[in-house]
Design a protein around this ligand. Structure first.
Ligand code: COD
Ligand code: ZN
Length: 380
């Protein structure tokens, strides 16, 4: 029986409050309104940013909420006015929309889009649909959306500017990683840092984002790729993906930035911070060479702390920049990234440590907290 135009009852993981495990519940998902699409999520990754959102120190989170922003699925139905999507299309929800019309979309200088309504605090943004209401209810309560995607639900509703159609042959349990982790790390290197052939790089943090940054450094032709992590279990995969020097800061008496500047002739050309720790952001800037070193920040620190940057570092020619969704204009780039994956231009499979049924979502978070997974993919 067709579900079009009807409320769908399905499974979702609800975060009722910060700091507690998810509870798998039956939720009601309303039909899509104007310029909205209801998507059946087939697979979703679990990213550290989902963990940030339920961290009690992260003050911006709204509850109860359905998290998840690294998903892939199939269009179930479309609301009035939708012309670019039809039922059956394979799609990736986009936490960074691309409306194509705002001053940011019209500029080649940024991948931001005005449709992120609270553009200054993008990370916890898009907690309701653009008309200010939710499409989710559970036990009679309205449930917040998350990043405009809410992929921890068997069905979700997204705005048409937060969705893109991809190759019908794409394996959704892999390309979901293009919805966040891969694109964020790889794009930070290619689009934001603009790593040059023959250059030296340091990637801090070897989660899904950092390892994707390592892949980006390798693809850009870096001659030496330092990787830094306190979990040495991450080093073998980092080496497979192109790392040349693996450093655990706990093995050294000196700060890691001093170690790198000593080994590498005064510092590296490019440093990429993929942890979300302000002390490491400072170290990343300091491990770059004077003259032209570039530090690219990917992480956001929980609790809204600032980076203590000495102006002398900048006066001596170092640069600091940052990236959101790897600088990709999402609607333009995600289908191309999917095609590149299908053409074996990069390796997403290496990032998938576990594939688990959706009901195991709390186990997936535990594996991440314990440092035992790069990515766990949950499948419905
Ligand atoms: N020193 C060295 N390594 C460390 C340290 C430390 N002090 N602390 C943690 N690490 C290592 C961990 O062992 C782990 O290997 C790695 O850092 C972090 O990996 P994950 O798997 O926890 O994280 P990712 O790769 O999923 O996400 C990293 C982000 C930096 C993207 C995330 O934490 C974040 O800050 N996100 C917000 C910014 C953003 O762009 N959000 C958009 C959607 S992600
Ligand atoms: Zn993410």
């Amino acid at each position: 029986m067709s579900t079009v135009g009807k409320v769908i009852k399905c499974k979702a993981a609800i975060a009722w409050e910060a700091g507690n495990p998810f509870s798998i519940e039956e939720v009601e998902v309303a039909p899509p309104k104007e310029h909205e699409i209801r998507v059946k999520i087939v697979a979703t990754g679990v990213c550290r940013s989902d963990a940030h959102a339920i961290n009690p120190n992260f003050k911006e989170g709204l509850f109860p909420v359905i998290l998840g922003h690294e998903g892939a699925g199939i269009v179930e139905s479309t609301g009035p006015g939708v012309t670019q999507f039809k039922p059956g299309d394979k799609v990736i929800p986009l936490y960074m929309p691309q409306c194509g019309q705002c001053k940011f979309c019209l500029s080649p200088k940024t991948n931001l889009c005005e449709k992120i309504s609270k553009i200054k605090t993008a990370i916890s943004d898009q907690d309701l649909m653009p008309n200010g209401t939710s499409r989710f209810t559970c036990r009679g309560k309205q449930i917040y959306h998350f990043m405009g995607t809410s992929t921890f639900s068997e069905y979700t509703v997204v705005s048409e500017t937060s969705l893109v159609k991809i190759d019908a042959a794409a394996p959704l349990d892999k390309v979901c990683l293009i919805g966040c982790g891969f694109s964020t790390g790889y794009g930070a290197v290619i689009n934001t840092a603009k790593v040059e052939p023959g250059s030296t790089c340091a990637v801090f943090g070897l989660g899904g984002v950092g390892l994707s940054a390592v892949m980006g450094c390798k693809a850009a032709g870096a001659s030496r790729i330092f990787v830094i992590d306190i979990n040495k279990d991450k080093f073998s995969l980092a080496k497979e993906l192109g790392a040349t020097d693996c450093l655990n800061p706990q093995d050294f008496k000196k700060p890691i930035q001093e170690v790198i500047t000593e080994i590498n002739d005064g510092g590296v050309d490019f440093a990429i911070e993929c942890i979300g720790n302000i002390a490491i952001m400072k170290a990343a800037l300091e491990c770059t060479t004077v003259g032209w070193g570039t530090c690219t920040i990917v992480g956001v620190a929980v609790g809204g702390q600032s980076i203590p940057v000495s102006p002398m570092q900048l006066i001596m020619g170092k640069k600091i920049n940052a990236t959101f969704f790897g600088g990709w204009k999402s609607v333009d780039s995600v289908p191309k990234l999917v095609s590149d994956y299908m053409a074996k231009k990069f390796n997403l499979d290496a990032l998938v440590t576990y594939t688990l049924p959706f009901d195991k979502i709390n186990d997936a978070f535990d594996l991440m907290y314990e440092g035992k997974s790069i990515r766990t993919i949950l499948v419905f």
